[in-house]
Design a protein around this ligand. Structure first.
Ligand code: FES
Length: 66
C-alpha cells in the first residue's frame, strides 16, 4: 500500500527502513531512513501510525526478551 504519494513510499518500505534503525524511531527518522523528507504532509498521520507500531513492536520484543 502506498503510504506517501509524494515520495512513492510503501508502508512495507517504511517498516523495513525503520527496522534498521538503532534507536526507537520518530516520524522524522522514518522519512530520513527512506532517504526523503515530508513534502505535502498528507501522509503524516499514516506515517505516525507506522512509527507508533514500530515502537510498540520494539517494546514488546524487549518485554518478551526477559
Ligand atoms: S504524501 Fe507524503 S509528503 Fe505528500
Amino acid at each position: 500500500m502506498i503510504l506517501c504519494v509524494c515520495n512513492g513510499l510503501t508502508e512495507r518500505a517504511v517498516r523495513s527502513a525503520l527496522s534498521d534503525q538503532a534507536a526507537p524511531p520518530t516520524v522524522a527518522d522514518a522519512y530520513r531512513a527512506c532517504g526523503c523528507s515530508r513534502i505535502c504532509g498528507t501522509c503524516a498521520a499514516a506515517m505516525r501510525d507506522v512509527v507508533k507500531a514500530e515502537r510498540a513492536r520494539r517494546s514488546n520484543a524487549t518485554c518478551n526478551a526477559d
